[in-house]
Ligand binder design. Structure first.
Ligand code: HEC
Ligand code: HEC
Ligand code: HEC
Ligand code: HEC
Length: 420
């Protein structure tokens, strides 16, 4: 086959020529934020949406065909406590691994103080930015970051609290944005604003600074299906709890192809971020947060098996319901010692006599009889003198909360659990 080497040689030349002419990779902007401590997709909704391991998979997929600029608009944590601090660490590891372009320091994350911010800086290659306070001596924090022809600024609409948390002085929003726009013009860059502020703050800024083509704001409502435009400025929000991200294309001048990407099960978990979450859950377990939850006094619990001794039929029906596997669902996902989850999946976590662990309180290790009927040890000992109260719909609602049980419909759910 004399022709083969020639054919191969020719195709080699063609390939080289082709790659030489290939247009530069496109740029995709990926916008996240308002994660509020939701690292994992909550199994509570079908299909399960969100989770940072899925975000990472999306970013890696986009990286195959474009240069990704990953922007995080803060609100990594959902509250100020030691468990949330561990979440900030896991998120920072992820942002470091994904080479995020910028992470805006939001007023809620700032409450964790200098030490935590320093750790974020170390884990993310100094990508935490803030233009709303006078510079700190430590940690070093830039007011903006640069990537892919963009100058990305981080600004808070109400910088006072942020400054107070860090012992610094606030810089007014207008002043901080003015500086961003000036710096961008000088550097021939396109300014993008990560705003720790609401949609109305964002639209006021867009009116005042039409040079801004993209403003990212905070909201706990889902991202609108169509982008909001104020003049020629796009206003974008990533949507809450990491359930979705927003992507845009950028051609060097303009943003287009706005898309809200819901992170459903079609996005597999990225293994590396999966390991960060696994490590986080091991730390949660080891720290023993679950052993230290605040507990109120209450009457004594009997446990579902005791109730079943006299109410056999009710027990048999309950045993085959989803409530009976409440804790097992968490065990399957590694969340069985996670205070973020357990209270709704067992009996009486927040009561002195309630669930401790499967080993110590095996008969409270599910959504049991007493999750709905209330503590019943007295009734079990003396049913005639201690009558159990009626169960009303309001017993369901603390657990079947909208973010955990979005399909909850009182009539259908109520008839499903009846056991007489
Ligand atoms: C020693 C046996 C016994 C045990 C244990 C027991 N019950 Fe009862 N329970 C009774 C009897 C007897 C009645 C009244 C007759 C009936 O409705 O069957 C009753 C009634 C009830 C009622 C109806 C109250 C009403 O207003 O009619 C509920 C609800 C109930 N029990 C729940 C429970 C729960 C929850 C447990 C476990 C915490 C439990 N029981 C444990 C014997 C028992
Ligand atoms: C506010 C109460 C609450 C909290 C907190 C909560 N859950 Fe749930 N979870 C529920 C309810 C209610 C359901 C049932 C939802 C439905 O079917 O409508 C559920 C269902 C589930 C299921 C079963 C899904 C299925 O399809 O069978 C899993 C798994 C789960 N939750 C995991 C978690 C994890 C992990 C956490 C913590 C990160 C958590 N839950 C926190 C209330 C809660
Ligand atoms: C998801 C909540 C829930 C769970 C879990 C649950 N129940 Fe009930 N139970 C109810 C509701 C709602 C009713 C009907 C309303 C009422 O009469 O209080 C009821 C009714 C009853 C009644 C009859 C009361 C009557 O008025 O006739 C008994 C007895 C009872 N439950 C026992 C049990 C036992 C035993 C278990 C555990 C094996 C259990 N229940 C688990 C919610 C629950
Ligand atoms: C202590 C928290 C808690 C309470 C109280 C509670 N639930 Fe649930 N419920 C759950 C959890 C958790 C699940 C999911 C369990 C699993 O699959 O792991 C669930 C599942 C269910 C399901 C099954 C849904 C499915 O996908 O099949 C129904 C129906 C339901 N609950 C109805 C009710 C009703 C009605 C009430 C009030 C009378 C109630 N629940 C009270 C936590 C609770």
């Amino acid at each position: 086959m004399r022709w083969l080497p020639i054919a191969l040689g020719l195709s080699g030349v063609l390939c080289a020529a082709y790659s030489g002419f290939q247009s530069p990779k496109r740029t995709t902007i990926v916008i996240t934020g308002d994660i509020a401590g939701y690292l994992s997709p909550c199994g509570c909704t079908t299909p399960m949406t969100g989770g940072i391991a899925r975000q990472a998979t999306l970013v890696h997929r986009l990286e195959r065909s474009s240069d990704v600029v990953l922007l995080a608009n803060g609100a990594l944590s959902g509250a100020l406590n030691a468990q949330e601090e561990l979440k900030i660490m896991a998120l920072s590891e992820m942002f470091g691994a994904l080479r995020a372009a910028a992470i805006n320091l939001s007023h809620d994350d700032a409450r964790f103080g200098i030490g935590t911010l320093q750790t974020i800086q170390n884990l993310t290659d100094q990508k935490l930015i803030c233009g709303s306070i006078e510079p700190l001596t430590a940690p070093a924090m830039r007011t903006s970051a640069q990537q892919g022809g963009l100058l990305i600024g981080g600004v808070a609409s109400h910088p006072d609290g942020l400054a107070r948390s860090l012992g610094s002085h606030p810089v007014a929003m207008e002043e901080a944005v003015h500086r961003l726009v000036n710096d961008a013009t000088e550097g021939s860059l396109v300014p993008v604003l990560l705003l720790d502020g609401s949609e109305s703050d964002a639209s006021a800024i867009a009116v005042q600074f039409p040079a801004l083509k993209l403003v990212i704001y905070r909201s706990y409502s889902d991202s609108p299906q169509k982008p909001i435009k104020v003049g020629r400025t796009l206003l974008v929000t990533p949507g809450p709890y990491g359930k979705s991200v927003v992507t845009l294309s950028f051609d060097g001048e303009n943003f287009a192809e706005y898309q809200v990407v819901r992170l459903g099960p079609e996005y597999a978990d990225d293994p590396q971020v999966g390991r960060f979450i696994g490590e986080y859950l091991r730390k949660v377990d080891k720290a023993g947060f679950i052993d230290r939850v605040a507990r109120r006094p209450s009457a004594a619990f009997a446990g579902s098996r005791t109730c079943g001794l006299c109410h056999e039929k009710d027990f048999a029906i309950w045993k085959h319901s989803k409530h009976a596997v409440g804790l097992k669902s968490l065990e399957d996902q590694g969340h069985a010692r996670d205070p973020d989850c357990v209270s709704c999946h067992v009996v009486g976590l927040d009561f002195v006599g309630g669930f401790r662990s499967r080993a110590k309180t095996p008969d409270l290790a599910a959504v049991g009889c007493e999750s709905c009927h209330g503590p019943g040890a007295h009734h079990s000992q003396n049913p005639q003198t201690h009558v159990m109260p009626k169960v009303g719909m309001r017993k369901c609602l603390p657990c079947h909360a909208p973010d955990r049980s979005p399909k909850f419909d009182s009539l259908t759910y109520w008839t499903q659990i009846l056991h007489r």
